[in-house]
Design a protein around this ligand. Structure first.
Ligand SMILES: *Cc1c(COP(=O)(O)O)cnc(C)c1O
Length: 230
């Protein structure tokens, strides 16, 4: 099933790139494997998947130990400062930074390991109460503060759009975040490191790609529905 799902997702990413006049290489697919057992991830790995997204520190730790070391792990979920130390040397990119305090903790832990951690700032574009993330007008001020940290490198922006039946309903949200992303690049606020716009999930990734996403995070579309009861 994973093979067929991956083929379908791949075809739909390609078609969205074609519609938008973009190159396929501009979009990175992150296979969101949260709640899925190691055997399922291994199956995807054997089909060539190397980029996995997880939202829980404990799951990253366990799966990191159990799976091959050439996997790129992406932390896509809310991250508590006291847990940064457990994943700092395991993940390629943290998508969910939304406070100076978290960035400073990442700075401290990255410095201990002598590494520079790539991060995205999470933006709650729709200002949903239930979601983490910065408001649009908080992004540049926070970016300016974080740019002083030498072990944290801001690579771009991430959003989790509202859950909607019709992906068209999220088009304006993706377009708004893309506009902010372009502004940041043009004004060179980030010293030229910003190149990632992480937006689009199973329900709306094609729309996100049409609006400029460079990373899409797809779980259900690859691995099937999640079971939270076990
Ligand atoms: C679970 C999750 C996804 C994937 O969701 P699907 O709808 O299953 O594709 C993407 N991004 C984040 C931050 C998630 O937590």
């Amino acid at each position: 099933m994973i093979r067929e799902n991956l083929e379908e997702v791949e075809a739909r990413i390609q078609a969205a790139c074609d519609r938008a006049g973009r190159k396929r290489e501009e979009v990175t697919l992150i296979s969101v494997s949260k709640t899925k057992p190691v055997e399922t991830l291994k199956e995807a790995y054997d089909l060539g998947v190397r980029v996995f997204g997880e939202n829980k520190v404990q799951e990253i730790r366990e799966k990191y130990e159990a799976l091959p070391k050439d996997i790129e792990w992406h932390m896509i979920g809310h991250l508590q400062t006291n847990k940064v130390k457990y994943i700092i040397d395991k993940v390629r990119l943290i998508h969910s930074v939304d406070s100076l305090k978290l960035a400073e903790t990442i700075e401290k832990e990255a410095a201990k390991h002598g590494i520079v951690m790539d991060i995205l700032l999470e933006v709650n574009v729709a200002e949903e109460e239930s979601k983490f993330g910065l408001k649009m007008d908080e992004v540049i001020p926070l970016m300016e503060k974080i740019s002083g940290l030498s072990h944290v490198r801001i690579k771009g922006l991430m959003t989790i759009a509202p859950f909607v039946e019709n992906p068209e309903d999220n088009r304006a949200i993706f377009a708004d975040l893309h506009k902010l992303y372009v502004d940041i690049k043009e004004k060179n606020i980030d010293n030229g490191t910003v190149s990632i716009l992480s937006m689009g999930m199973t329900n709306d990734y094609e729309t996100a790609i049409e609006e400029g996403a460079t990373m899409v995070r797809i779980g259900t579309g690859i691995f099937g529905a999640r079971d939270y009861s076990i």
